[in-house]
Design a protein around this ligand. Structure first.
Ligand SMILES: [Zn+2]
Length: 531
């Protein structure tokens, strides 16, 4: 039985099922209903918000055999062929890989001919900002006097890099980032349809890691289902994403409220010993501070089903509004400066110390160093700052910076160790090593996982490699066939082996054998879980 990935299976096929883009859908629906068609459309928005999905729905609306419509039938041959990606008059070009002028000439030559099957010949050009200057110029010729039977749908994450001559000829729509809550709800809906159980907290973690991209959310959910091997638990998703246990963050906040730097550094040490990502920690810390601020000023805006709602409300009473604002700023800046810090631990603990060292100005405008009288712990800050480095950590770090740890070629092992989280972690775990000479690393990634190779995730992985090796590593990701020597495949194999062993043990059990023999019973394999 072939498994269809969720992102494809649940790809919206009509305007009504598109999540979170109501403003665009309304405008397009009106235009289609009143037959006010433009010859070029431009969809802008960050990655994974549904630009190409929307392009395909629009292509169906234009070519459905029932007529130009805002509600394409979904069953005619035009609709079904567009859905399955084999409609001859829908030409999809990925400008990220076809940047050249030759592709545009080809397009121009092709554009002259009338559509073969449909009403319109639809050209979808994804990541159109990647086209070369000549390619844009060549495209303009078709743009200036477009044949009646041509429609262009351009999509981009970066509209500023599109020449104004092209922009001015397009009807532009800006797609919004998906709110975390909408992603969370959609994941819940899909799992219900798929008859797969999940803990709400697990889905919240995925919705957060997806950073506004439904596509990322669905591919993470796919991974989570495979990883958990059934019920999607919070624990499994946390392990899969390398997500920070909220408990650490609450402990930090408790200590911050008590102005207890020793306790804060103890938590940081514990996180360090568990190889948690301090980048994720600062991000999650900022998220939590935001929730505390909400709890103070607009408690209703805080999700009613938020698991830690009570804890957040209680903590919110221990801080001033201005303090929270300042801590939030420090967390953001700390995260921004993390790549510049001597090492991640230093960057993180420095941010924590800064939260104690500064207090909001009485006027509320600027941060000033905390007056010593208000904070007897000021001494403790120095004390901790000076005394702490001794026990090995900084020593070990500076050694690492000097030579960099040796790499034995076991990429799956390293992929598990690297301090990355979320989608970037998936990128590490699903790729395999092609080559590494100590300076540049080439990783192979299966075509089916190509979406993991987005620039931002590559950047995060590169930063983690730099953190690990103590020097910059040039990273190249090659999409194509892979042999399967990845951390993800290894983990899957190990789980399967454990499962087989558990099943074997059950089958070997004398009592179970007797049951099977006497009652002609069989074992339901899926119901056996290794302990
Ligand atoms: Zn149709």
């Amino acid at each position: 039985m072939s498994y269809q990935v969720l992102a494809r299976k649940w790809r919206p096929r009509n305007f009504a099922s598109l999540i979170g883009q109501e403003h665009v859908v309304r405008a397009l629906t009106h235009a289609l209903e009143q037959n006010r068609l433009h010859h070029a459309y431009l969809f802008t928005g960050t990655r994974g918000v549904g630009k190409t999905t929307l392009a395909r729905i629009l292509a169906k609306a234009l070519n459905c055999e029932t007529g130009i419509t805002a509600t394409p039938c979904g069953v005619c041959s035009a609709c079904t062929e567009i859905d399955s990606g084999r409609f001859v008059d829908l030409i999809e070009i990925d400008a990220a890989t076809n940047t050249g002028i030759d592709n545009m000439r080809e397009l121009q030559d092709n554009a002259v001919y009338a559509p073969t099957r449909g009403r319109f010949k639809v050209f979808v050009i994804d990541e159109v900002h990647m086209l070369s200057k000549q390619a844009f110029n060549s495209m303009l010729k078709t743009f200036e006097e477009p044949p009646e039977h041509i429609k262009f749908i351009l999509a981009t994450t970066d509209p500023q890099r599109i020449p104004v001559t092209v922009l001015s000829r397009c009807l532009q729509f800006n797609l919004k980032q998906m709110p975390r809550e909408a992603i969370y709800e959609h994941l819940g809906y899909i799992l219900q349809q798929e008859n797969t159980a999940a803990e709400p907290a697990a889905l919240r973690l995925i919705a957060q890691a997806a950073q506004g991209s439904m596509r990322d959310a669905l591919s993470l959910l796919d991974q989570a289902i495979a990883y958990a091997g059934g019920r999607v638990s919070e624990e499994a998703v946390r392990a899969m994403l390398g997500a920070i246990d909220q408990d650490y963050l609450f402990k930090l906040l408790d200590a911050l409220a008590q102005q207890d730097i020793k306790a804060m550094l103890a938590v940081a040490d514990e996180m360090e010993s568990r190889s948690l990502s301090f980048d994720s920690a600062l991000q999650d810390f900022a998220t939590l501070l935001h929730q505390l601020a909400l709890a103070q000023s607009a408690p209703d805006a805080l999700g009613q089903d938020l698991p830690e709602r009570e804890r957040i409300l209680a903590l919110a009473r221990q801080f001033d509004a201005e303090e929270l604002q300042l801590h939030y700023q420090i967390a953001l800046h700390g995260r921004r400066d993390l790549p510049l810090a001597p090492d991640e631990y230093a960057g993180f603990s420095m941010s924590l110390m800064r939260m104690l060292a500064f207090r909001p100005d009485q006027a509320g405008a600027a941060a000033v160093p905390a007056p010593a009288k208000k904070k007897p712990e000021a001494a403790a800050v120095q004390d901790a700052g000076a005394a702490k480095p001794a026990p090995g950590r900084f020593g070990a770090r500076s050694d690492a910076n000097a030579v960099g740890p040796a790499f034995d070629g076991d990429w799956p092992k390293l992929a598990n160790l690297l301090k990355v989280s979320g989608v970037a972690r998936q990128l590490a775990q699903q790729s395999e090593l092609r080559s590494f000479d100590g300076e540049s690393m080439e990783l192979g990634l299966a075509y089916s996982a190509k979406h993991l190779a987005e620039r931002i995730y590559q950047d995060k992985l590169r930063a983690a490699l730099q953190g690990h090796f103590g020097k910059a590593v040039a990273l190249k990701i090659v999409i194509g066939e892979i042999s399967g020597n990845t951390a993800a495949v290894q983990a899957q194999t190990e789980r399967q082996a454990r499962q087989d062993k558990a099943l074997e043990a059950i089958q070997g059990d004398a009592f179970v054998r007797e049951l099977m023999d006497s009652f002609d019973a069989t074992i339901v394999g899926d119901s056996v879980k290794p302990t």
